[in-house]
Design a protein around this ligand. Structure first.
Ligand code: ATP
Length: 447
């Protein structure tokens, strides 16, 4: 099995325009990243695939795009104002800061903090007792910064779905069970943000909330668990040996959850969560009814009764999914002294590059024309800079699955070579069949 260090991935991401540190010219800004041209394209490809899997492939799952800023009472009702806390520990010697659960397993109040060693500086007896720290970013709406104007940047997209669910259900004439899917930014003032885009303060979630009749929740949980795990292998092409489920034990369950599973990927820094599949029960809807005074029960026409549905949530981090894809695709091809991103061709930001073998004898003109002919169907690039080997290797790092080369034979018999990224095998093909052949290759992998 290949081992890839995170540093190599970070360096490739910067070099090839996938991901940059935010505000780099000012020395960076804590745990925020900017997505470059290739990163944006890959991120969009993933989110479109997720939305398609959720809404196009399920007639009873529909999309939503709710606000990042919402009524502050939502966060009181959901429990985030009172309980969205991570206990925090500081080292008075080296000023390092940790989440208590990183240093002590179990209830932080039971930890003997005076005897725990600070990992970076090795000092014992300098750790503070854990303090509660709310992860929500607070802001003020309007000109006056008083308590009445407090608002929060949403720490999860789910609540936007809950507070709209009856409006969506009525407008779309949905019958239970049904789901609402949403992709959007979420913000958490993470205490320890690390591992590149794995844990950041601003990130994107792809959440689907499935509303079911109480009693049907366990079977629904089972089928969503299976479907979500399959998404990673079948729709993103991720190696199944690097994926697993981890169940939350009694002590780890969130205050709202009856059952919770994490889908974990084996990142270069170890197994870590990419997505959570949770049975959130009717907790949130009951809370919103209590806090808003509005009805949050659904009327089930078939059963002719009113009730609070149970909610099965599938909550994925788009950025973590992207990191898993990059880690899975990164290939140090030492035999050929090149780095390759073995991206699923249907996800690759650029599908093909068109290269004239030399910059003269009419080859650039032919290559330009081919680029123009292909560009309405695929994202293609034209490249004439440097030796052909260098051009191929540049594209290998970007994950481009095909290189099309125009050589002297092209003007004689209207054929070009297609080089495949991973095997480097080359085929000759007629120009009249090029677009069709590329489509077949890309769609062959397509989900
Ligand atoms: P963790 O235990 O890693 O903090 P969590 O259990 O708090 O994650 P959830 O609240 O279940 O995470 O959020 C659902 C998903 O949102 C996670 O599986 C993850 O992919 C993503 N996510 C959560 N926090 C972050 C973050 N700070 N940066 C990037 N993605 C995140």
């Amino acid at each position: 099995m290949k081992e890839t260090s995170l540093d190599k991935i970070i360096s490739l991401c910067k070099r090839r325009g996938f991901i940059f540190q935010s505000s780099e010219i000012y020395g960076g800004f804590g745990a925020v990243y900017d997505y470059g041209p290739l990163g944006t394209s890959l991120k969009n490809a993933i989110s479109q695939r997720w939305m398609k899997a959720m809404t196009q492939m399920h007639e009873n799952v529909v999309g939503l795009d709710s606000g990042i800023l919402m009524h502050p009472k939502i966060w009181e009702a959901s429990g985030h104002v009172g309980a969205f806390n991570d206990p925090l520990v500081d080292c008075k010697h080296c000023n390092a800061r940790f989440r208590a659960d990183e240093l002590f397993e179990g209830n932080p109040d039971d930890g003997n903090w005076g005897e725990i060693q600070c990992p970076p500086c090795g000092t014992t007896g300098k750790l503070t007792e854990p303090r509660q720290f709310n992860l929500m970013f607070k802001t003020h709406v309007g000109p006056v910064e008083d308590d009445a104007a407090v608002a929060y940047l949403r720490p999860e997209t789910a609540q936007g779905i809950y507070v709209n669910y009856l409006l969506v259900q009525g407008a779309m004439r949905l019958k239970i069970p049904f789901g609402i899917a949403q992709i959007g930014k979420a913000f958490r003032n993470e205490i320890v943000a690390r591992n590149f885009i794995f844990r950041t303060r601003e990130f994107e979630q792809m959440e689907m909330q499935y509303f079911v009749k109480p009693g049907r929740d366990e079977e629904s949980m089972k089928s969503w668990k299976e479907e979500r795990l399959n998404f990673y292998t079948d729709k993103l092409g991720i190696d199944s040996a690097k994926l697993r489920f981890q169940q939350h034990g009694e002590g780890e369950l969130a205050h709202y959850a009856k059952e919770a599973w994490d889908i974990e990927y084996e990142f270069p820094f170890g197994w870590s969560e990419v997505e959570g599949v949770h049975n959130r029960t009717d907790f949130d809807l009951k809370q919103h009814q209590e806090h808003s005074g509005k009805n949050m029960q659904i009327f089930d026409q078939e059963a002719n009764e009113k009730y609070f549905p149970y909610i099965i949530e599938t909550s994925a981090g788009l950025n973590r999914m992207l990191l898993a894809i990059l880690a899975d695709a990164y290939w140090d091809d030492t035999e050929n002294d090149r780095i390759v991103l073995k991206l699923h061709p249907s996800l690759a930001p650029v599908k093909a590059v068109v290269c004239p073998l030399v910059k003269k004898e009419g080859l650039p003109e032919i290559a330009r024309k081919i680029t123009d002919d292909l560009k309405s169907n695929f994202k293609v690039l034209y490249d004439q800079a440097g030796s052909i080997g260098k051009r191929y290797y540049r594209q290998d790092e970007m994950g481009t699955p095909y290189c099309i080369t125009v050589d002297h034979q092209t003007s004689e018999d209207q054929t070009v070579t297609i080089r495949e990224r991973d095997s480097q095998a080359q085929d000759r093909i007629g120009l009249d069949k090029l677009s069709e052949a590329l489509s077949a290759k890309i769609n062959d992998f397509s989900a």
